[in-house]
Design a protein around this ligand. Structure first.
Ligand SMILES: Cc1ncc(COP(=O)(O)O)c(C=O)c1O
Length: 422
């Protein structure tokens, strides 16, 4: 199959002018990808950066040769670029991981003993399952203000019952992978800090759609995945406060994570800094690809990109709302701020069958299922049935997600295909 560049801002009446070529995304002619939230297509910036480095590809932090020195430099420059892009503080660590799941698992292993983690039932499994026993899972709120109130109440209660010295970590998403709805991160961070807690932001779905700045949001840790941010090649990042990370046992014990290993079994001095948790040969290409996308996004007009995405999202949601057999899933009100992700059901149709038909008959790729957020998806399916009074809604949902390179024509093709099911 041939691979071509899909221009990222095609003709849409309200669309801003096209972004620079680095933010074009790779695609296959004729195939409509509306599943960015699972894995976004590769940005040209990422592909170019990898292609440029490949002839030099060699070891990182392990060789004295010119190739190896260049690769080491590229890896550390990528760390700096990514940290800067996400507003890392001077003393934060920027640790390369495999993805967001890996980053949150690393943090879960690094929290001090006795830490209570407070999260919400609406989270992706990656932000529900790694946390230690005794974590508090707040119920799904009905609006963003409710999320802030619930957190304040939970932290007040926790602090009443426990020593103020015991650490508390609040774990929240920036944007839901099911509904695209944005969470009030800065407000939640304020509440967390007022109660002496720390906060980690799962930015897997927010970062591809909006600037995310640790300092501006005042969050303590941030986790992202390169493959959702137009940078495949398999890296993720955990950024955040150094103290817990430097005190924790190494996440990946092995070469590169030590500063001294003696002859006795336990005669090991572990490195501090990112190296402590990055044992083994690192994913250089993943790091360089993600840094290239961060740089390209940094140089782009994010306001224009967001405006284009919101136009498409409005078109998509209005089109879905006009189909009487389609019901959108949502946690908050219909006008809550959201990124380019929409989940819905087609009444009377099994969601897997709809997704299969869209692929086979229309060359449209969407996601179906419960989206690794089973508690939330099941709740929203129940809520959709209650809201509409329909008894013919299926037990799983469909999800459409858009971003760079998505077009009005693609959205219209989807809507036309769904209309045929009515
Ligand atoms: C909100 C959210 N958090 C975390 C993850 C986990 O990301 P990854 O599979 O890249 O680890 C996802 C993946 O869909 C997600 O949507």
């Amino acid at each position: 199959m041939s691979v071509t560049l899909v221009p990222s801002l095609p003709s849409l009446p309200t669309a801003p002018s096209a972004p620079s070529a680095p933010l074009d995304v790779l695609g296959v002619p004729g195939e409509i990808n509306l599943d960015y939230a699972a894995s976004a297509p590769c940005a040209r910036a990422a592909a170019d950066a990898v292609a440029e480095l490949l002839p030099w590809y060699a070891s990182v932090h392990r060789g004295a040769g010119a190739l190896s020195r260049r690769c080491t430099l590229a890896y550390e420059q990528a760390r700096q670029t990514i940290g800067d892009f996400f507003g890392a503080r001077a003393d934060d660590h920027v640790i390369f991981t495999r993805n967001t799941t890996d980053a949150l698992n690393l943090l879960a292993r690094a929290v001090p003993a006795g830490t209570t983690v407070v999260t919400n039932s609406s989270e992706h499994h990656a932000n529900l399952l790694p946390w230690p026993r005794g974590s508090v899972r707040l119920p799904v709120p009905s609006d963003p203000d409710g999320a802030v109130r619930d957190l304040a109440a939970a932290l007040t209660e926790l602090r009443r019952g426990s020593s103020p010295a015991l650490p508390v970590l609040v774990a929240v998403t920036g944007a839901s992978n099911v509904t695209g709805e944005r969470w009030p991160v800065a407000e939640l961070a304020r509440v967390a800090h007022r109660h002496g807690a720390r906060i980690v932001l799962d930015a897997a779905q927010l970062a591809p759609h909006a600037p995310v700045d640790l300092l501006a949001l005042d969050v303590d840790y941030l986790a992202v995945s390169g493959h959702k941010l137009y940078a495949p090649f398999g890296t993720g990042v955990l950024i955040g406060r150094a103290d817990w990370l430097d005190a924790a046992p190494p996440y990946l014990a092995g070469g590169g994570a030590t500063s001294h290993v003696g002859p006795a079994t336990h005669d090991v001095t572990w490195a501090t800094g990112p190296a402590r948790h990055e044992g083994g040969t690192p994913n250089l290409l993943g790091a360089v690809a993600l840094a290239a996308v961060c740089k390209a996004l940094d140089e782009a007009d994010r306001g224009l990109l967001a405006a284009h995405e919101q136009d498409l999202l409005d078109r998509l949601r209005a089109g879905l709302a006009a189909l009487p057999h389609v019901v959108e899933l949502r946690t908050f009100g219909p006008d809550a701020p959201r990124v380019g992700i929409v989940s819905f059901v087609v009444a009377g149709w099994d969601s897997t069958e709809v997704a299969t038909r869209l692929a086979a008959e229309h060359h449209i790729g969407v996601r179906d299922g419960l989206f690794c957020a089973h508690p939330l998806a099941r709740r929203l399916l129940g809520e959709a049935a209650a809201r509409t009074g329909r008894r013919d809604l299926p037990p799983t949902a469909l999800r459409v997600s858009i971003g760079l390179g998505s077009t009005a024509a693609q959205v219209d093709r989807l809507l036309a295909a769904l209309a045929e099911l009515g």
